[in-house]
Write a new protein. Sequence first.
Length: 388
Amino acid sequence: MKRKIVSVLMCATMTAALFAGCGGGGDTQASGDAAKTDDAANDAADDGASEAAGDDAAADDGASEAAGDDAAAGGSDGGTITIGFAQVGHESDWRTASTKSCQDVFSAENGYDLQFVDCDNDSAAQIEAVRGFIQQAVDYIIIDPIVSTGWDTVLTECEDAGIPVIIIDRTIDDSDKYVSWVGSNFKTEGLAAGEWLKAYAENKGISEINALVIEGSTGASATIGRTEGFKEIADANGWTIVDSQSGDFTEAGGQEVMESYIKSYEGKFNVVICQNDNEAFGAMTAMKNAGIEYGVGKDVILVSFDACTAGLEKVMSGDINADFECNPLAAPDVEKVIKQLQAGETPEKEVYMTEHWYVNEDVLSSITVNGEEQALTVVTQEIIDAQY
Ligand code: GYE
């Protein structure tokens, strides 16, 4: 509930300060029809964020209604709804929060039988997990696609078996054979990081940017979008991206890549962009070991994505300058999609999560991303306590 209060307050503040309203992720890139649905989706997502962690009202309602609907609309056994979830793996804090969100919402108490498979970042294993769900004749399949391509065959198999597929988080680029996708706009996150860096450098009188990027897992849409978004701003401003390599979204990967960057480029960079918090923690260890000073007021500006609890703690302590949120609590919105399907309704094809951009210093109040003014939020202990 705390999170909800914070969210509502933040929305209120932002709405008062900006005409854009609450949220950064989905709104900005949407156009046409998608734009119309985004506000509603974001509101829904915000509620979801507040209530996912077993926060009762939404999930419990869902439970009783889902079970109730089921009696009418019919799960496979006339009661419990069976869901197969092919999760990416367990590489990061974000992933842990995503898994917990699904397990909390799709619990036995809520009327679900959740078949959970941790695919350990192995795309072939993920496709096999989906085939296993088809064999089990589950009622719904949820996939968080490790990579964005190679999906059409197995999604056709799901379609042939009459099992609706819901995609969460990362996107699929080579098939549209799924009912809905619930997630974040990764390119907007990358653009926001770029726009923030531009405004921050101007504010601090930093005229030259030499950035090292530690990318996420290769082929993941989260990596592709964040890389593209940041590069677009870098190119437009004549910044140098000194190097850009994958740290696989892990702390060990971030440390390893940063250690090799330090060997090759020591003294030649003033910005490190890590595509998730865990990579940022690894990069911090590598820089600390090499005696390189990073964070607020130091030699190297450190930027991260995800903004999970531990990431925000590092923003508050000044180790990370800015952290671009990616909301992992998609399960309440996925449950809404399932309830719509149970009721014979057609859910939205795309549902965007609500996200905020977090900073340490109170020097800039907003940035403009895709022509839309978006608030920057200075991290407080209250925000950290309410985060996932
Ligand atoms: O940023 C990272 C995780 O797909 C958005 O995957 C997700 C990313 C997230 O491992 O921490």
